[in-house]
Every structure is written in C-alpha cells, then in structure tokens.
Design a protein around this ligand. Structure first.
Ligand code: ATP
Length: 365
C-alpha cells in the first residue's frame, strides 16, 4: 500500500537552501526505490530573511495555519545579516516550535565511519549518544522585557526569565527515560546548574528523581552543566541519553556534533509527541554565511534529519536504509571540506543516492 506524505519545506537562509534541496533529492530517490511504499508531496515556503526584506515579517502571518495541515516540516536554517538574530529566530523557527508545542528536541550525536573526531578515544571506543533538549520553556520561554530607557543612556534594564514548570520538566524527562529503554546502555544523565539556579533547576532535579523511580532498570546521574561539558570531552563513552534544559542542551549538542567531527553532520527532530501538530526536522547547524552559495556545505546533517523524519512518519525500515547509506558514503571517503574531504554538496548527495540504490538492488533493508 502506498503512503503519501505532505511535507512542508522551509529552506530558510544561507546554506539552509542547499542542504534541504540535497535532503529532498535523497528522500525522493528513496521514495522512488521504495517499491511503492512511500511518496512525498513537497510544499515549499520561501520564508526567512529574504522574505523579511520584502514583507517585513519572517513568515506569512497565516503560516502556522498552512503548516498545520502537513505531515511534517523539513526546515533548513534561519539567520542572515539583514535581520537581527533574535528577530529572525523568534519570527520563524521559535514561532513554529513554540506554537506547535514541539517540546522535545532530539539531537543524536553520531560518530560516523571515516570521519575523524578530534577526540583521541573515538578511535578505540564505541561512541554515540542522544541529547534530549527541552524545547518549549526554560531559558527560551521569551519572558521578560526591556524598560526604563527613559532613565537615559546607560541606565536601561532588561529582565530575561527562565520558566520551569513541573509539567514541562516531567514530560521531557519521561521522554528521555522512554528513549533510554530502547538503547544498549539504558542510562539517562540529567544536566542542570541547580547549585546556582536554586528555583527552576532544583525543581527539575526533584522531578528527575521522581520520574527515575518509575524506571528502576535505567541508570541515572545528575550533573552540573560545566561538569557535563568536561565529561563530553573526557568520558564520552559513559553517555547514552543526556537530558537538559533548552539553553544547556542547545550548547551541549553543538559541542557533541563538533566532537563527532563537524556541525554539518548533526541531525535534529523537534517533536510534538502527541501529534496534535506537525513535527519539524532540521540540521543542527545554522545558515553558515561564510560558506553559503559555494556548493561546499555538508548535506549530511540535513539528510540525516530526513532519516529522523522517516522514523516519525512510521517508516523505520526506510530510515535505517538511509542511515546506512550515509555511513557507506562517509566510510568510502566522499566527504565535504568541513570533515577533511574535497567533495562538494552535490557529490556527497549523489553518493548517498547511489548507496541507497545499491542497497535496494542488493535487496537489503
Ligand atoms: P547559528 O547562530 O544559528 O548557530 P551560525 O551561522 O552562526 O548559525 P552555524 O551555521 O551553525 O553558525 O555554523 C558555524 C560554522 O560551522 C559555519 O560558519 C560553518 O563554517 C560551519 N558549518 C556549519 N554547518 C556546516 C555545514 N553543513 N557544512 C559545512 N560547514 C558547516
């Protein structure tokens, strides 16, 4: 039986357009080779900083209504020099994640074959973990304000409040434990700074202990964020699932993807687990203005985000095939410059498509 999926595509800014086009080509090839299992209908929206230049807003004011009617959103990157970063981020990406209650942001840290990690122990240890980011509140709740500018230059006041609700902490922590149950090492590391942030993050720690009691088979640890950043480098083999607040997990997942070899490799999923709203899939990296438009951006993070999307759409077999194709390509030495190769975006994309064809021909997956 053929399944057809309506996917909203928002390439956004900078290399977002290049890597999302690469991901679409790969997913189209996969659909063609699926023996009629799946089909994608792409609905592209030109929202982003160029749209802002023409319309004064980052996305169509009716954009959320348009997106609501889709099965998933495939997103590139947001951020360009013509728009202040906080305006572009809140006007597009956070507008979608917040209003669609995509409260779980999953960011796997994957060590791919053939990619050199700056970590020496990556050569001998089997590394790989998942950062689970609370994606709806915490430090990115958008609460606060700027005021008292009337006091004159140098006297303005700004307040930025982090929001921690018991329900918000519980749902993301429980999500992390459920994820850990399916992993070879069932372990959850919780990250806070509760010694200094004595209200919200102490609440987080308390909820973590309470939820942990429901999962006796899962090993746990609670670690301060400074210690965890050291642990990412010094004891990465001890990590399985790492759950943290919005800001901390954002920073830690960038560190994780750098340790795995490049920001360009890392995938992410912004999930609304209840499926009241479409979920959104995007590479972890941003718009990378320094390399935009040169055809050299690494498409692996965007393509791997496509694999996370396939999982979410109920196509786990196709998702594994795509992940295996990515691994076959990195192992074969076809790599972009950020990971020590000389291939362009198109060459890596074509190689992934060829690897998919090879597995289809071989009957694998
Ligand atoms: P943001 O502020 O949203 O994180 P940014 O543009 O400041 O965005 P990123 O784009 O996330 O930063 O990445 C930082 C640098 O890493 C880029 O300037 C680029 O050199 C490199 N980089 C990121 N993504 C890729 C990619 N897909 N391929 C190659 N290099 C990349």
């Amino acid at each position: 039986m053929e399944q057809s999926f309506r996917i909203a595509v928002i390439p956004g800014d900078g290399i977002g357009g290049e890597v999302i086009a690469a991901g679409q080509q790969v997913l189209e090839a996969l659909a063609r080779g699926s023996g009629g299992t799946c089909r994608f209908e792409w609905i592209e929206y030109p929202w982003g900083s160029a749209y802002y230049a023409g319309h004064g807003v980052m996305m169509d004011p009716k954009g959320l209504e348009l997106l609501q009617d889709t099965d998933a959103i495939y997103f590139g990157a947001v951020g360009w020099e013509n728009v202040p970063d906080h305006t572009s981020l809140w006007g597009l990406r956070l507008n979608i994640t917040q209003n669609f209650d995509q409260w779980a942001n999953i960011r796997p840290v994957k060590f791919l074959p053939g990619i050199q990690s700056p970590l020496r122990r990556a050569d001998t240890a089997d590394l790989g973990w998942i950062v689970v980011r609370e994606n709806s509140e915490g430090e990115y709740a958008g609460l606060g304000g700027r005021n008292l500018a009337g006091r004159g230059p140098g006297n303005e006041v700004a307040v930025q409040t982090a929001l921690f609700t018991e329900a918000g902490c519980e749902r993301i922590i429980r999500f992390a434990f459920d994820l850990a149950l399916d992993r070879t090492v069932p372990k959850v590391s919780s990250v806070t700074k509760s010694n200094a942030q004595q209200y919200g993050m102490v609440l987080w720690d308390e909820v973590f202990r309470r939820v942990a009691a429901d999962y006796p088979g899962v090993e746990t640890e609670s670690i301060l964020v400074d210690a965890m950043s050291a642990k990412f480098v010094l004891q990465p083999e001890s990590l399985s699932v790492v759950v943290a607040s919005n800001l901390f997990a954002d920073i830690l997942s960038d560190l994780g993807s750098a340790l795995a070899g490049s920001l360009g490799l890392a995938a992410s999923a912004n999930l609304n687990p209840e499926r009241r709203f479409p979920s959104m899939f995007e590479p972890v990296h941003g718009s990378a203005p320094d390399i935009a438009g040169r055809g050299i951006s690494n498409p692996v993070g965007a393509i791997a985000s496509g694999a996370l999307m396939l999982d979410h759409l109920g196509l786990p077999g196709e998702a594994r095939r795509l992940e295996q194709a990515i691994e076959a390509v990195t192992a074969s030495g076809i790599r972009t410059r950020d990971v020590g190769g000389s291939a362009g975006t198109a060459e890596v994309t074509e190689a992934v498509i060829a690897a998919l064809r090879a597995t289809a021909a071989g009957g694998a997956g």
